[in-house]
Design a protein around this ligand. Structure first.
Ligand code: GLN
Length: 480
């Protein structure tokens, strides 16, 4: 078996034909992943015991003649901000280095109910804060396409594992681009569903009004299958939506003729030329498939970075207050007084980026500055959402870049937080609006670096988004 290239359909066919059992596949996948992982540091740990148990359940169900779940036997990696009962979950932080969750995230429960085999927990920026995976307390991840470059972040490990072939599917989380941007940098498919489409229960909170759980895969169909499994109302998450979940795979029918596509003028202005050229070639391809393309405007875009970094830091400062040395965490040894215990636990446990955000967030929420920053940012957020609502009266989908440039070099931006923040410009708008958005591979630069094209649609129209991305991929992308 070509373990690094397996797809969900192939696994199903191989299991049906008896070419291997789920347990054999799990063993091969784990051995391969353990061997390959030192090249990228994508996985922080492997969950062999849990994987074999899940695989055996699949084999036993098949032996009893039961219908296998839609992801039966499929090796999956899970970002280390998503809770796995009994399997250490660190959020990429020293503070949670020894944390063993007492329960599973809903997405994890649903994965295993569908027969998936969780083989690893993946590296990420600390508490999902970052765009390069360099903020992980457990070392950076290398981009499988170019080992001297970042895989993107914060879900860099999940994207790299799927690109590298150590997992067929992966779960990530996206607050302002953390699924789409690493997917783009690593050349895989990454989906940020509508806010509320997938339960956040068991996702370690960064900025709750922006946090999403979503899929990574090597093709649109596999990503759709994964979304199908994890989507839908969950009574454990009050913000999860009641909206019914359609048959996403059934919607991958190639019918994109007449689909109206908008290109936001503001997004194509200062694009690095090769990235811009590839996206425009992608748009040409969509035209050939019968889509109608027109220019649109999203005028509030210029305020998006400022707005996002006020709201996300405000929410982060509140969410991260729970790591106080009393619950969850590794406690500092310098705990002579209660104040020392808090101060030293947090001082020693959090990395520089988390501290920066806690301080920024505390500042924008403070009595004297709340109106000037936080309240103003909430208003801007409404304007950004309104921009999209207006655009979707004229078009069915928006095509945009994911990142202004392809994967940058390790160390290139880490000392310049503002440059890092500014690179999120094309992804945070969709996050602020809560609409579904994804990255689909759109060719490579002359240096061989992958570039992703972003597709955005109306709230809960993941089906339309996936149909478009699938038609594009099926037609060979920009290379076809
Ligand atoms: N890069 C953005 C940030 O640093 C987005 C992170 C995310 O989506 N989790 O906040």
């Amino acid at each position: 078996m070509d373990i690094a290239r397996l797809t969900v359909d192939q696994i199903r066919a191989d299991l049906d034909a008896g070419r291997f059992s789920a347990e054999e596949l799990a063993r091969t996948a784990l051995r391969f992943a353990e061997g390959e992982n030192p090249k990228t540091n994508a996985c922080l740990r492997f969950s062999a015991e849990r994987a074999y148990e899940a695989a055996r359940r699949v084999d036993q169900a098949r032996a009893r003649g039961e219908k296998p779940g839609p992801l039966a036997g499929v090796p999956v990696a899970v970002k280390d901000v998503i809770l796995t009962k009994g399997v250490r979950t660190t959020a990429g932080s020293r503070l949670l280095e020894h944390y063993i969750p007492p329960y599973d995230a809903t997405a994890v429960v649903r994965l295993e109910q569908a027969g998936a085999v969780i083989i690893a927990k993946t590296n990420c920026d600390e508490f999902a804060m970052g765009s390069s995976n360099e903020n992980s307390a457990f070392g950076p991840v290398r981009n499988p396409a170019a080992p001297d470059r970042v895989p993107g972040g914060s879900s860099g490990g999940s994207a790299a594992a799927v690109a590298q072939g150590t997992a067929v599917l992966a779960l990530g989380s996206d607050t302002g681009g953390s699924i789409r941007q690493p997917a783009s940098f690593c050349g895989v498919v990454g989906i940020t569903p509508t806010y509320g489409r997938v339960s956040r229960y068991g996702l370690i909170a960064f900025a709750s009004s922006l946090d999403h759980v979503g899929p990574f895969a090597r093709n649109v169909k596999d990503a759709s299958r994964l979304l199908q499994v994890i989507a839908g109302r969950d009574e454990m998450d009050a913000t999860s939506a009641f909206a019914p979940v359609p048959d996403y795979v059934g919607m991958l029918d190639g019918k994109v003729k007449g689909v109206r596509i908008g290109l936001p003028r503001e997004y194509f202005r200062d694009l690095a030329s090769e990235t811009g050229d590839l996206i425009l070639r992608g748009v040409e391809k969509l035209k050939k498939l019968g889509c109608e393309v027109r220019e649109i405007s999203l005028p509030a875009t210029e305020y998006a970075v400022a707005c996002y970094y006020i709201i996300c830091t405000a929410e982060a400062s509140s969410n991260l207050a729970r790591y106080d040395g009393v619950r969850y965490t590794t406690r500092s040894k310098n705990d002579a007084t209660l104040a020392d215990m808090y101060r030293n636990t947090r001082g020693e446990g959090f990395g520089a980026e988390c501290k920066r955000r806690i301080m920024l967030g505390t500042y924008v929420l403070s009595a004297g500055y709340y109106d000037a920053y936080y309240r103003k940012a909430q208003k801007v957020r409404t304007l950004i959402a309104r921009d999209f609502a207006n655009a979707f009266q004229q078009v069915d989908a928006i095509i945009a870049p994911v990142s202004p440039f392809p994967a940058f070099r390790l160390g290139e931006k880490i000392d310049d937080p503002l440059a890092m923040y500014l690179s999120d410009i094309y992804t945070i708008t969709g996050s602020l609006a809560g609409i579904p958005c994804m990255s689909v591979p759109c060719g490579k630069t002359s240096a061989g670096l992958p570039v992703g094209m972003q597709v955005l649609t109306r709230h809960f129209d993941e089906g339309g988004m996936l149909r478009l991305a699938h038609a594009f991929e099926h037609a060979g992308g920009v290379e076809g």
